[in-house]
Design a protein around this ligand. Structure first.
Ligand code: ADP
Ligand code: GLC
Length: 505
């Protein structure tokens, strides 16, 4: 996307102040992914690198990642506290970019089948605490130049609980880089017992209420929240929500305090606008744009064929691509869609997801009851995710909470109107189709407030009604498609933050 003159001037400014940034994450697309964290851990570093920042990603060398990358040169060997084997640091590049990726190679911890956090049966790895403590220690060694890379970051940017011990361990080092800890999801905190803490041989100084101790347990997440120089979350609304009981998982008091101290802020995620672009998307059969929307209906037809559903342009087609967990309101979707179908509404639902067995079973039951209305594919399928975004008319994201959410932004870019609960990043990125918003050409989707089947069902009736007015629907599609979700503004916000932290250190 061409830069406006204003943005161009700002980018030039940031380019003149080059920072060294070490970006630590447990998943990075396309090297390993379970959710949006992976997307952000690739697209944000890429955006920062395009602003000429000296950024290096650091992540575990999982078996699947090494298989994808092939042979990677060894650039350092480090001996870490509490571990007998030396750990290797390998060097690679983020595919299709020149962003450097450092891989923490410890075969005992990462060379195995299964996912980054779970085994092939879906259960958490029993040694997750040891795996990510080792990762954190390796990051600290790189960040303090103990790995001998001759490259010392000004800022270490950590993401989610798997990296929480980095700010904690770095707080004991002098000199040390500034630390930023980004919360992508408060629901996963990395809680382990005191015995595990002892087994990991972590400094006793960290075991305190104003440390990583949390009701007698060790909390990796708290390591980030207490010790990072600054905390961000992935949308302004979520950054406020987590300061309250309902969203804070017992850490709301600490978060409220850090917010009062101006140490917590919300920066909304951007998306990779190259990868998610209906004009060039390599996974979809028919490219389209605001100037030529027509091919979108061909993608819809192809999707109906894929799921063996009747081909009908007039049928309102809903899509869902999601981890099948309670956060995403999957149960609300199933029940509300069931109600609409039982009433004979002319709708279809296609769903791509994986997760809890109970939700998979409920979806199977829905499909069995309405086989010509419901299509489901379980598992992870990048190409199909793009085809669904391009093919369906409306996207369902009735999340109970949503720190940011990326799929609603992908949907908007594809002229696929999102139906969202008014929470977190969904609240910040979607404009409701109220009459007033529609009149002012601001509306981009549909919002509801209470996480109940009733509220979602009522909203879906509104969606159905609006879909029967093609002119109004098309107008909303066009408004949605011209929204700017590129990283430019948010990457600048991160740079500004890094700058402040370095100046104050
Ligand atoms: P979260 O990280 O909470 O799962 P996000 O909306 O931030 O939610 O990001 C989810 C990301 O994972 C999106 O890129 C989405 O397309 C992708 N995704 C989720 N489930 C699947 C799946 N089954 N197949 C392919 N992509 C998926
Ligand atoms: C988490 C959140 C999601 C967010 C993503 C990337 O997985 O659940 O809302 O978009 O992280 O920040």
């Amino acid at each position: 996307m061409p830069l406006s003159v204003y943005n161009w001037v700002i980018v030039q400014f940031w380019e003149s102040i080059v920072r060294k940034i070490l970006f630590a994450s447990s998943e990075v697309h396309p090297l390993i992914k379970t959710g949006g964290l992976a997307d952000v851990s690739a697209s944000l570093p890429l955006a920062l690198s395009q602003m000429q920042q000296d950024i290096r990603i650091i992540m575990p060398a999982y078996r699947a990642t090494l298989q994808q990358l092939g042979e990677c040169p060894l650039i350092a060997t480090v001996k870490l506290e509490g571990y007998h084997q030396p750990v290797h640091i390998l060097q690679a590049q983020l595919p299709d970019s020149d962003v450097a990726v450092l891989l923490v190679d410890s075969p005992e911890h990462f060379d195995r089948d299964g996912g980054p956090y779970c085994d092939t049966q879906g259960g958490d790895w029993a040694d997750n605490a040891a795996r990510f403590a080792l990762f954190c220690r390796a990051v600290v060694a790189v960040a303090t130049n103990q790995a001998g890379l001759d490259w010392q970051p000004d800022v270490v940017h950590c993401n989610d609980w798997q990296t929480g011990l980095i700010p904690a361990l770095l707080s004991l080092e002098r000199p040390r880089p500034a630390t930023v800890f980004t919360i992508h999801n408060m629901a996963y905190q990395g809680l382990f017992s005191r015995e595990v803490f002892e087994m990991l041989d972590l400094p006793e100084a960290l075991w305190q209420i104003e440390g990583i101790e949390f009701y007698g347990m060790m909390s990796f997440m708290k390591g980030g929240l207490v010790y990072a120089d600054h905390i961000t979350s992935v949308s302004p609304t979520y950054a406020q929500e987590i300061c309250h009981y309902e969203y804070g998982y017992g850490l709301e008091g600490l978060l409220a305090l850090r917010s009062e101290q101006s140490r917590l802020s919300g920066i909304v995620n951007g998306i990779d606008t190259q990868e998610w672009n209906p004009q060039t998307d390599k996974f979809i059969g028919h490219h389209y744009s605001i100037k030529n929307l027509r091919p979108k209906s061909l993608n819809k037809k192809a999707l109906q064929q894929h799921f063996f559903l009747p081909e009908s342009a007039e049928t309102l087609m809903f899509g869902m691509i999601s981890r099948l967990v309670s956060q995403k309101g999957v149960d609300l979707t199933i029940d509300a869609i069931h109600r609409l179908l039982a009433e004979g509404k002319d709708i279809q639902l296609v769903c791509l997801g994986s997760g809890e067995a109970g939700f998979e079973q409920d979806l199977r039951v829905l499909r069995a009851r309405f086989p010509d209305r419901v299509g489901i594919q379980f598992g992870y399928d990048e190409a199909l995710a793009h085809k669904i975004e391009a093919g369906v008319d409306a996207f369902l994201m009735p999340s109970r909470f949503e720190p940011c959410g990326l799929n609603q932004m992908y949907s908007l870019r594809y002229g696929t109107l999102p139906v969202v609960r008014n929470t977190g990043g969904l609240a910040d990125t979607v404009v409701d189709a109220s009459e007033e918003n529609r009149k002012q050409m601001l509306a981009t989707g549909f919002k509801f407030t209470k996480p109940t089947v009733e509220d979602l069902y009522d909203t879906l009736l509104t969606v159905n009604e609006l879909f029967s007015h093609p002119r109004l629907w098309r107008r909303m599609m066009l408004t949605a498609m011209v929204q700017d979700f590129s990283w430019i503004n948010s990457a600048q916000a991160y740079l500004h933050l890094y700058q402040q932290l370095v100046d104050n250190s």
